[in-house]
Design a protein. Structure first.
Length: 105
């Protein structure tokens, strides 16, 4: 009896460990689908040195990089940058930027 309970608990833990990466993969697929529907092309999915999921995409002079936690699917970073620019117009989506490089008058 004790042995079967132990086996069942071990099986349940193993099943939960397998579900977590599947959630992150589903999140990656959903994000790449959304990027494609928003007109992004050259969508590339890779891993960072720390094992995080990196999604890079381009759309009409805009480069976008999204970093995800592979276990939880949480978006850790969503960065965009205008191509062929002097890096004055990049940042986290949702932040406001002015045309003077962030300096106030």
């Amino acid at each position: 009896m004790k042995r079967s309970l132990y086996s069942a608990a071990l099986g349940a833990i193993a099943a939960l460990m397998l579900v977590t990466p599947a959630v992150a993969e589903t999140r990656v697929e959903a994000i790449t689908r959304q990027l494609a529907s928003q007109g992004y092309t050259d969508i590339e999915v890779s891993r960072t040195f720390l094992g995080r999921v990196q999604i890079e995409a381009n759309r009409g002079g805009l480069e976008r990089e999204i970093i995800l936690n592979p276990r939880s699917g949480e978006i850790l970073r969503d960065y965009w940058e205008v191509e062929d620019d002097d890096d004055d117009h990049g940042g986290i989506l949702g932040e406001s930027h002015d045309d003077k490089g962030g300096q106030d008058d």
